[in-house]
Design a protein around this ligand. Structure first.
Ligand code: NDP
Ligand code: OXD
Length: 346
């Protein structure tokens, strides 16, 4: 940009459009502060990772460092934090969820002026694929029954249908559900998904909308839930859903895997279905109340495997790198990637 180097008095008219836009972007560039509100998570790994990656940008952990935050422009990076952070710091350039879900940011539905950004990352996706593949194989290969037999020192071979004869259904075939479905397809399972919108192209059959929910459930032996928690999905999965699953398939039973959100399930009805055998077993990572209360019957059910919301952890190193990429975009006057449509809720 020869004109700029020569001095400040060069009329804009002799700059090309690209040069003008670069100049404007440079002028717009000022470092953003980063407020991290990790809620129930240990803040220290996040502090360390943000400080290492922030290239001098101020990093404040909220509420611990609250008083140190001045008048600078900032973004907020949050996970299940006290919503007071959004009252105290009410004009962020963007709010980043430290995980894939954004239901914990529902208070921001009334602030359409604030971009809400979520994690979409191969590391997190692969963790979920591992979890769902494990859960489906655990149920399909009857591992809970072999564990019970082992406890009795009993050698009890059981009939084992091939994966190609077993029908898995995934509710929610977004970033995570589609990746899980692809791997399960490669393992041989007959996979179908259920989503809100119609697909013209998909690696497996996708049913869409409420009208097709019944057909989707009636074919499904192992139901995997990867739906987000939204006003439309809250309490969607209960007795009527479980009763419609296919018990006449090769497994001879119906099973449930929940790695999406606990709020999408009516937990009392799930417990009832598991107690009466309408559901033969479940692998559950998410619950109505977390941590799962000590008095929940789910803990003691022999046909249930409980994991403490760890299906796809957020690795600070990976998540922070993604957020810093977007912080730099904001500083250049560009929008962040992976902005969520908060009116839709996911
Ligand atoms: P996406 O937003 O990419 O996908 C969401 C899917 O749900 C889409 O297929 C969407 O349909 C479908 N969906 C949403 N609303 C409805 C509805 N009303 N009816 C039918 N389908 C609907 O999300 P991700 O795949 O990235 O993540 C899914 C969820 O997994 C997260 O929201 C989070 O709750 C959970 N999660 C859990 C973790 C854990 O450790 N247990 C870790 C990470 C995420 P359409 O494609 O038509 O838009
Ligand atoms: C997430 C989660 O949404 O961990 O990333 O649940």
């Amino acid at each position: 940009m020869t004109g700029r180097k020569a001095g400040y008095f060069i009329p804009c008219a002799i700059l090309t459009n690209v040069e003008i836009s670069n100049l404007l972007q440079e002028l717009a560039m000022h470092p953003l502060s980063i407020i991290v509100a990790p809620g129930p998570w240990d803040p220290e790994p996040w502090r360390n990772e943000f400080q290492a990656a922030a290239e001098g940008r101020p990093v404040h952990i909220w509420p611990q460092d609250g008083s140190a935050i001045g008048d600078e422009s900032y973004v907020i990076c949050a996970w299940k934090s006290d919503p007071k952070v959004f009252d105290r710091y009410s004009d962020p350039k963007a709010v980043f969820s430290l995980g894939a879900g954004v239901d914990h940011l529902h208070v921001l539905r009334s602030r359409p002026d604030i971009p809400v950004v979520r994690v979409i990352d191969p590391d997190l996706t692969m963790r979920m694929v591992e979890y769902v593949a494990f859960a489906v194989l655990y149920l399909h290969r009857k591992i809970p029954l072999y564990q019970a037999a082992q406890a009795r020192r009993a050698w009890r071979p059981m009939h084992q249908p091939a994966a190609t004869r077993v029908r898995v259904g995934i509710m929610g075939v977004g970033v995570l559900g589609e990746a899980c479905g692809k791997l399960l397809t490669q393992l041989g399972f007959e996979v179908a998904g259920w989503a809100r919108s119609r697909r013209d192209v998909s690696p497996f059959q996708v049913f869409s909308g409420q009208d097709s929910l019944g057909s989707f459930l009636e074919r499904t032996e192992i139901l995997v839930n990867l739906l987000p928690n939204t006003p439309e999905t809250a309490g969607l999965i209960g007795r009527e859903v479980f009763k419609r699953l296919n018990r006449n398939g090769r497994l001879g039973n119906a099973f449930f895997v929940n790695a999406g959100r606990g709020e999408t399930v009516v937990e009392s009805e799930l417990i009832d279905m598991l107690s009466t055998g309408t559901l033969a077993g479940a692998v559950l990572d998410v619950f109505n109340v977390e941590p799962l209360p000590e008095e929940s019957p789910l803990w003691a059910m022999e046909n249930v495997l409980v994991t403490p919301h760890v299906a796809a952890d957020s690795d600070p190193e990976v998540i922070v790198a993604q957020i810093l990429r977007d912080v730099k975009r904001l500083e250049r006057g560009e929008g962040p990637l992976n902005v969520v449509d908060m009116s839709r809720g996911y």
